[in-house]
Structure formats: structure tokens, C-alpha cells
Design a binder for this molecule. Structure first.
Ligand SMILES: [Zn+2]
Length: 241
């Protein structure tokens, strides 16, 4: 065994040094750089105190093991970080792609909706060209009913017909007459239906007036009767008026 003093051993990163001289227990053995203790003395001490001598070897190598495991842990952590960064980047790319897909889908839906609206308008315009204007006499109470009826009839002939084309709300009414648009085949019956409604409304008004007049007359007669009876009861017999 080569002689190496403690200072040299320490500066070379060694854990043991060797003087070549006996210790106080006459061992010629290596000594620990950290404590200066003789290795054989420490092993004997360990035997006496029932610590297995290999515990020292274990302790020594566990420093290396700890160092090694630290390095492994650090490397694993670095690797994990790299993987995490990579995954984040991939997720970002996927998210971007999803956003782009959504944008395209929205654009596509918007375009389809616009095209559908244009098609509806176009169909409506075409349907409107088949309508003819006519006038119906109608009471204020029945205007909405007549318009709805005319629209329903036109819609049955052509599903593309629009309410505003049938009702022509922008055109002014003339007195009790309103303008409507319809298919030639429906115009006559629509006018008749509206007229019947109008007549019926007049008839109903007359009936109501008659009923009301009868009620007033009956009330008056009843009041007169009560008055007459009161006059008869209140007067003594034979009393001259
Ligand atoms: Zn010793």
C-alpha cells in the first residue's frame, strides 16, 4: 500500500489516506480522511457495539449511491420536463387546428344559411309573381282573420308564398276595404268569405241592439208595474184622486 498523507488524499478527493505508521492499537491500516480514525479500529469498535462492519462499507457506498440516484433523478426530471414541453406544444397545435376547423365550420354554416335565405327570398319573389291584387270589404275586428285566411289559402297552393306578399300591409286601406294578393282561383271565394263575415258582423250588431232595446223596454215596464202597485196599496179605498 502506497503512503499518501491526509492533505494529499483530501485534495485528490479520496476518502482514505495511509501513513504507513501504526495506530495506538498497533494496526498498520488506512485511515479516514474525514475523521483521521484507523479503519481497523473502527471495525473492531463496530464489532464490540454489534454494528456489522459492512455497515461502514454500506455507508460509504451509499454516498455514491445517493449521488448516483440524485443524478438519475435529475436526468429523469429533465426528461419529464422535455416531454411535458413537447406535449404542451402538441396540445397547442391540436387546439389551433380545432379552432381553425370550428372557424371553417362556422363560415360554412353561415354561408349555407345565407344561401338558404337567398333561395327562400328568390322562391318568395317567384311565388309573389303568381299573385293578383284584389280588395275585400272587412270590419276592423276581422282584418287579421281575413288576412290569415287569405295567406293560408295561398300557402296551400304554393308553399313559397310569404305572408307579407299576401297581406300587403304597406298598402293603404280604403275605408272598410283592404288590399290582398292571392291566386286567381281563390280571389272570388275569399271576397265572398270576407263579405259574409262583414255582413254577419252587421247582423250581430243589429241583433245585439234589438236585444238591448227589448231589455230597456222590459225594465221600464217592470218599473211602471211596481209604481202602479205602490200607488194602489198606498191609497185608501174610495179616496178620491
Ligand atoms: Zn487501529
Amino acid at each position: 500500500m502506497d503512503v499518501i498523507d491526509r492533505q494529499t488524499a483530501r485534495s485528490n478527493g479520496l476518502t482514505h489516506y495511509f501513513t504507513g505508521r501504526e495506530c495506538r492499537n498497533h494496526h498498520i491500516a488506512e485511515r479516514y480522511v474525514s475523521t483521521g480514525s484507523c479503519v481497523e479500529c473502527m471495525q473492531e469498535h463496530a464489532l464490540k457495539t454489534k454494528i456489522h462492519p459492512s455497515a461502514f462499507t454500506k455507508t460509504l457506498s451509499s454516498v455514491d449511491a445517493a449521488f448516483l440516484s440524485e443524478r438519475v433523478t435529475a436526468r429523469n426530471e429533465l426528461q419529464a420536463q422535455r416531454i411535458a414541453v413537447q406535449q404542451k406544444r402538441l396540445a397547442l397545435i391540436e387546439e389551433k387546428a380545432a379552432i381553425r376547423a370550428r372557424e371553417i365550420a362556422y363560415k360554412e354554416v353561415g354561408r349555407a344559411a345565407r344561401l338558404a335565405a337567398i333561395a327562400r327570398q328568390e322562391a318568395g319573389r317567384k311565388a309573389a309573381t303568381k299573385l293578383t291584387r284584389y280588395w275585400v270589404q272587412v270590419g276592423a275586428a276581422h282584418m287579421d282573420a281575413v288576412r290569415a285566411y287569405a295567406y293560408a289559402k295561398a300557402k296551400m297552393r304554393d308553399p313559397d308564398v310569404l305572408f307579407e306578399d299576401v297581406a300587403a300591409l304597406k298598402l293603404q286601406a280604403r275605408g272598410t276595404s283592404i288590399p290582398l294578393f292571392g291566386h286567381m282561383e281563390d280571389i272570388q271565394s275569399n271576397i265572398e268569405w270576407a263579405a259574409a263575415l262583414y255582413r254577419n258582423a252587421g247582423l250581430q250588431a243589429a241583433q245585439l241592439a234589438a236585444v238591448e232595446a227589448a231589455r230597456v223596454k222590459r225594465d221600464a215596464e217592470f218599473a211602471q208595474m211596481i209604481e202602479d202597485q205602490a200607488a194602489q196599496n198606498g191609497q185608501p179605498e174610495g179616496d178620491p184622486l
